[in-house]
Ligand binder design. Sequence first.
Ligand code: MLT
Ligand code: ZN
Length: 464
Amino acid sequence: MVHKSELIRILKERCSDLEVSIDPALLETHGCDWTRFRKPRPAAVVFPRSIEQVAKLVGVAAELHFPLVPSGGRTGLSGGAIAGAGELVVSFDRMRRILDFNAVDRSLTVEPGVVTQTVQEYALQQNLYYPISFAAEGSSQIGGNIATNAGGIRVLRYGLTRDWVAGLKVIDGRGELIECNSGLVKNASGYDFRHLFIGSEGTLGLVVEATLRLTDIPPPSRVMLLAVTGLEAMMQVFRSFNDALTLTAFEFLSDNALRQVRQGHNLPAPMDADSPFYALLEFESANEQQEELGLQCFEQCLDDGTVVDGVMSQSEAQAADLWRYREGISEAITPFTPYKNDLSVRVSAVPAYLDGLDRLVKTHYPNFEVLWYGHIGDGNLHMNILKPEEMTVEAFESACGQVNPEIFALTREYQGSISAEHGIGLLKQAYLGYSRSEVDIDRMRAIKAVFDPYKIMNPGKLLG
Ligand code: MLT
Ligand code: ZN
């Protein structure tokens, strides 16, 4: 690897119109994501403004075998955007244009640095809807959403980012432009590279343009927060509502997650009763019958003892207030440097799996506070361990990591995933074998070698 001063000299010479920064404050902010367990140490940060600039830059990096780390909104939680080993960070902050809206195709073509929420708002202005939604949507960027196949709270109804990408332009590790699918609905002309790049965590190429699908604005919805007596009960509640109504979200949180979010955001108690778990659900309620059906499900759950209390939103403002109890958790616990595991199993396996996990956690982490929340309607659980104030980050990470083999072995027993939606990144890379077979990993490496023969695309992430 050439020295960083040499790299900067070459970039100034060969990519003369490219913005390059070595400002220490920028290196610190742009060299990492929301992960708190690694220190950023990039050589420099570059801010391309066009596809041509990205292609030229990657061409130079390929020639020099100089590693690149893509950087979007940096809201990731697995260290996928950490530049901890002198890499060059490629930020998409200057590629934030909406390039095209097509009302007939119902598609929106954007540069990778466009913020997720901007896409949602633009779609609404066109009387359409972009359904991918999560707490970090105000800062996360579309390029990063695609690189991690972002999920969030409405996957149950609308699927993942993958389902909304109709076309993609990528600069691969050879510096060449790959155009995928051109926004087509049907295209049976061979391998669809689009789906290789989606979720590849920047290890195959850099997303430089995306065409997103939009859909109808959903009907009005109601949100309920329910005090649920246990996990088996949670599944029964899910089943009742899912069978009777169109659910757009079904989330859960543990009692201590509720306590933390209330403390962190100064929120009032949402209801009188206490429960070990709470369900936050949202259902389409286009008319009075659907609202009535929602209330009937609630009554039924009270009668059969799965739910002991609950509240339902009567307005959009109340719905947003209820969502705060779920969406505010991540931010509320950030000061505790949480150690996160983002796990998934099939929905029907959640109670038994979570029970097993809880036992493991209670045996191995008796002195740590562990809280649970997540997208239970998708089988996706977020386990968060809070760092005791007196412990160093290093000692805490090492203590938490020691239990990972058992957690992941249990996950494998259920044929689950060690990363449901946050990605493998840097933090889970050593454990990939718990979710993917040797053959899988071997083929992934072979694919990487095709698109990134010089190993410059986000090295050390995903495949190590
Ligand atoms: C969430 O569901 O809140 C996000 O995935 C963030 C997190 O897990 O902390
Ligand atoms: Zn999540």
